[in-house]
Design a protein around this ligand. Structure first.
Ligand SMILES: *Cc1c(COP(=O)(O)O)cnc(C)c1O
Length: 220
């Protein structure tokens, strides 16, 4: 099946999940995760009307997105992978949304770069809801304080929270936890749900879902 056909199917599934959850049509943003796919594979998906994309590596994104963004200026590019502080300048220059703010050093580096470049990508804090040692993100306990600290110490406005539940667990409780933390932290957006579980995430209040393989096919 072609990526554009799969895109149509995912769009329908997002709409259906919105309906079933009693959410407004169009209230969930679909982030098409294009990591590992080249510009040639991405172009037809842009031509089919998709405007929001996610990448997990700054360097890989730099190799394909500046040209694609020049051709289609209203693209919104999300960074969904870990960010090193020495890449903060590049990330601020290229991305419109950075979903993986998860420590003081990154918050500080982003604040400096945003000031310097006069660019304001939207920011999400990543939460490690499963407390997995290999996974990035603040712990659930730290979340409210970290969001407050981003605002009060670094002058950053945090739009929402993002999580990647443990691969082998029922994701529902993780989505519910993220929603509760967002409420406590006073932020309104929830980035949660991937190819395997985005309808569930929508039922739990996701405002954006990050879908890769269900659109682009299996990654090599
Ligand atoms: C790769 C990735 C996705 C998309 O995963 P699929 O299972 O292919 O939909 C979503 N979020 C993050 C953070 C990712 O790295």
């Amino acid at each position: 099946m072609k990526a554009t056909d799969r895109l149509q199917r995912v769009r329908q599934e997002v709409s259906q999940a919105e309906r079933e959850a009693g959410r407004n049509a169009g209230s969930v943003k679909l982030v098409a995760v294009s990591k590992t796919f080249d510009a040639e594979a991405i172009a037809p998906v842009i031509a089919a009307g998709q405007r929001v994309f996610g990448e997990n590596r700054v360097q890989e994104a730099q190799g394909k997105w500046p040209a694609l963004k020049q051709q289609t200026p209203d693209i919104e590019l999300h960074l969904i992978g870990p960010l090193q502080s020495n890449k903060a300048a590049d990330a601020v220059a290229l991305f419109d949304v950075i979903e993986t703010v998860d420590r003081e050093k990154i918050a500080k580096a982003l604040a400096q770069e945003m000031q310097k470049q006069q660019r304001k990508p939207k920011l999400f804090v990543q939460v490690n809801t499963g407390l997995e040692p290999q996974k990035a993100g603040v712990t659930p306990r730290e979340t409210v304080n970290f969001v407050r600290n981003c605002r009060d110490t670094h002058g950053l406005s945090v739009a929402g929270l993002m999580c990647i539940p443990p691969f082998d667990e029922n994701p529902g409780p993780h989505f519910a936890l993220l929603e509760k933390l967002a409420l406590e932290a006073g932020v309104s957006e929830l980035s949660m749900g991937m190819s395997a579980d985005f309808p569930t995430a929508i039922a739990f209040g996701a405002t954006s879902v990050r879908v890769g393989s269900a659109i682009f096919g299996a990654r090599g």
